[in-house]
Ligand binder design. Structure first.
Ligand code: SF4
Ligand code: SF4
Length: 285
């Protein structure tokens, strides 16, 4: 079972849900795919391996002795990553999509590949609790200045252990990196909050889950009996299941600010996440 935890925007509690759920279940592999800002380790506190995997991608390197500035590569590049300035052809690595097309198309054989670091992958384990086996932990960390998280997330997902319950903490939003995180998942958990902004972003996330054709359900974080209506009405209208509500609670907020997953202090919540998992299994069966 592969579950991706998504939210239409940052700050809705996506990582809180993903980490607390992971700590409540047995046999979990946790993958932090929010590679621009991985922060699940703050809550899960894994023992990280000293090894790490560097992820590279190819970008073009120009042989200026061979290049006659014919501009064929510039016209070909859909990413606008090449330009002639003065007498020289320049590559803008941050824009390059590493498709390799310019190298193939160059009539002068003036382009070769140069490696550029996209990011790194770390892994480790978490001894979740005495009555629970250790959790596998993986996270990607993107190099500052890189334009796309997709190559790193692709590499991170190669580490998926199909024998475990995989929980993927996706990046916020609805970009390519979110799609890459969620693709091939068995279920998507959409985390939202009962505000007009929450609803707006939930609608975008629902559209994405529909396009991916992956079953999904909603969790309302910072739930408020007075305000949940805004999400409940939408979900009822669209026949979307609300699987769990996490109340707006000072205790949860204080624990969060201390980097402490709330299931560690409020043990009754473990059972609720176990029930949530059973619901997901029921939906996907
Ligand atoms: S296609 Fe080759 S020769 Fe033409 S501008 Fe690009 S690198 Fe230079
Ligand atoms: S590898 Fe592809 S994206 Fe990068 S510069 Fe060449 S054509 Fe453009």
């Amino acid at each position: 079972m592969q579950i991706t935890v998504m939210s239409g925007k940052g700050g809705t509690g996506k990582t809180t849900i993903a980490t607390n759920m992971a700590l409540s279940l047995q046999g979990v592999q946790f993958i932090d795919a929010d590679v621009e800002e991985p922060n699940s380790a703050i809550f899960l506190r894994p023992e990280l391996s000293e090894e790490e995997k560097i992820v590279w991608r190819n970008i073009p390197e120009i042989d200026h002795d061979k290049c006659n500035r014919c501009r064929e590569c510039i016209d070909f590049c859909e990413y606008n990553a090449l330009a002639v300035l003065g007498e020289k052809l320049y590559v803008y690595p941050e824009l390059c999509g590493s498709c390799g097309g310019c190298k193939i198309i160059c009539p002068e054989d003036a382009i070769s590949d140069k490696k550029r670091q996209v990011g790194k992958i770390n892994w480790g384990k978490i001894n979740a609790r005495d009555d629970c086996d250790s959790m596998e932990f993986w996270q990607g960390e993107m190099t500052i200045g890189e334009a796309s998280a997709v190559p790193l997330i692709e590499e991170l997902k190669k580490e998926i252990n199909e024998e475990r319950t995989v929980i993927i903490d996706a990046p916020p939003g609805a970009s390519c990196s979110v799609i890459e995180s969620a693709v091939n998942s068995d279920f998507i958990l959409l985390v939202t909050e009962p505000t007009p902004f929450g609803l707006h972003d939930l609608k975008i996330a629902v559209e994405l889950a529909e396009k991916l054709d992956i079953p999904y359900g909603v969790i309302i974080n910072r739930s408020d009996p007075e305000g949940d209506e805004i999400i409940e009405d939408y979900c009822q209208d669209k026949h979307i299941k609300i699987l769990l509500k996490i109340p707006f609670s000072r205790k949860i907020a204080v624990l969060y600010s201390r980097g402490k997953p709330f299931v560690k202090e409020m043990k009754e919540w473990r059972e609720k996440f176990v029930d949530l998992m059973a619901d997901i299994e029921g939906i996907t069966a």
